[in-house]
Design a protein around this ligand. Sequence first.
Ligand code: NI
Length: 434
Amino acid sequence: MKKTYLLLLTLAHIACFAQTDAKLQAKLDQQAKEIEPKLIEWRRQFHQYPELSNQEFKTGKKIADYLKSLGMEVQYPVAKTGVVGILKGSKPGPVVALRADMDALPVNERNSLPFASKEKVIFNGTETGVMHACGHDGHMSILMGVAEILSKNKNELKGTVKFLFQPAEEGVSNGEDAGAFLMVKEGVLENPKVDVVFGLHIQSLLPTGQLAYRAEGLMAAVDAVNIKVTGVGAHGATPWDSVDPIVVSSQIIMGLQTIVSRQLDLPKAAAVITIGSLHGGIRRNIIPEEVNMEGTIRTFDLEMQKKVHEKIKLTATKIAEASGAKAEVTISDGYPLTYNDPKLTALMAPSLAKAAGAENVKVIQPVTMAEDFSVFQQKVPGLFYFLGAYPVDMKLTKRPVHHTADFMLDEKALVTGVKSLVTLTLDYMNMPKK
Ligand code: NI
């Protein structure tokens, strides 16, 4: 009973702390609603002219010009094609960073929308279409809307807002630093020093208007694994003359499956090991000398991540050794865990409810996709969440899955996206200092 009372008191305090003046809140909500036609127009322009990772030249220029037109300080280009806008409020306070990613994907768009992309590029030697097939067009449009509304209301801002328009979230294959890594390296979290970072991702399978989040690990840490198995080649008719790297590779793949299923403390956290590419041999009756495989590792726990890496190396090298072959394992770091600071998440959850309606805010299970928003979260506390954008009205025949030709989003979600980021920013600024 006492505990309940204390809890209620604490919750009441939190609610009170996170309170932006109700009049101001109503005004901002109204402005978010009014800006909807612009949000849709921006999103469609970005959608029609998508650009791949680190190629977001026209996209970046358009954003930089727009932020300049709002009268804010703009740094451009940052991290190749990125843009940073700095909006100083009229009163002192914390520095809140808001992030949107900018890149599209090498996907051929499959729909009859009037603003469908017709862009073509050569990607890895193959001609392909380019498509905003993950919703980053929506993210940019939302953040431009937030920039416009907060600029209009800068006299009400107790602190500074940094708008981070980030290139290359989808990653680059040439081994260079990209996206969030490069932005952090180039100092976007400094001068002025960022206190907190907020970001969202459109989720096309979640109903429009819903927001979904969880404290701690929201999205997985991802690492890449490459395994080269070297054996001895022979005629396919005389396998006893060979050390067959194809058979050894099959054993290794099966062995890797037992790491997650038999060696990890699964109630603690989930993990995934997928081998997605396997190359060896050229003809049915030649046993090759070498097989190469590539895989992806997803984890939610630092200790487990280390253990998985060690076990993959051990399993692959020892299985190969048992057959007289050799396995060389290379594991390279991808994106870290998207980790929502638990204290910050608890403090800001009421703001999400305020923006979308409490009935539209869900706490969800971890997701095994990854995000380089996590790179900012390694430096400053951050909150990342999903914005539902399932296009109910469009009567789709195919599920609008991210990264596919059938991806589609509901533009009605854009306003909720704007409201959520505006509310988080204002509420964070209005919290009393510790
Ligand atoms: Ni994405």
